[in-house]
Write a protein that binds this ligand. Sequence first.
Ligand code: SAH
Length: 247
Amino acid sequence: MSAKVWLVGAGPGDPELLTLKAVKALSQADIVMIDDLVNPAVLEHCPGARIVAVGKRGGCRSTPQVFIHRLMLRYARQGKCVVRLKGGDPCIFGRGSEEADWLNAHGIEVELVNGITAGLAGATQCGIPLTLRGVARGVTLVTAHTQDDSGLNWQALAQSGTTLVVYMGVAKLDEIQAGLLAGGMNGDMPVAMIENASLPAQRECRSRLAALQNDAAAFSLKSPAILVIGEVARASAQISMPQLLHA
Ligand code: SAH
């Protein structure tokens, strides 16, 4: 059998939001390389595996991507079953495809396993439907954080008529607010800020675009958090906080 690496999504945090396929991959793993947004509780599915932490939080000390690539390659060539475990979905702001391409170019087979991405989980856990008949006919997932600091087309986003879900936005609230207002979005547009989605520490703050920075400061919003911007963020189904089913 040729060497293979599994690029697996660990979901947003709640270990019960793992897919069955992720659990299966973990249970067969010899090596599990994890990012720092992965809830360590999911490691109960791989008690025998060697765990290698390769976190890369923006702005913090991190493992260089090239080192992660080479490590995966080395373990795979040793014939080990390697699981690369990433927060959320491996291909949503997760470099999953970059890692897959690099491994493929070095003769390693890759299998991608979906995870529930934080933006979808956060909205649903707060009772916000990202699409809603007659209100929002689409969703745009966007990050405010770019490698080259190039700006986003805020006008296009402001006028897209879709719900915006912003990842990695906590340090860029000024830019998001100013960009969308300048792009023509109404200052009264509802915004939900959702921190630690799906975890017991989940917190949410409802605001509106014109008050975004002030409300975030008063709430002391911290990463990891997503923003949901759109009319749907007015909605609030009566749901209970996330709990473990077996708790
Ligand atoms: N691949 C991941 C995203 C990685 S980028 C996914 O699909 O979810 C990291 C960003 O994801 C964070 O800055 C934050 O915006 C978001 N994020 C990840 N986990 C989160 C959580 N539990 N709650 C809120 N936001 C989260």
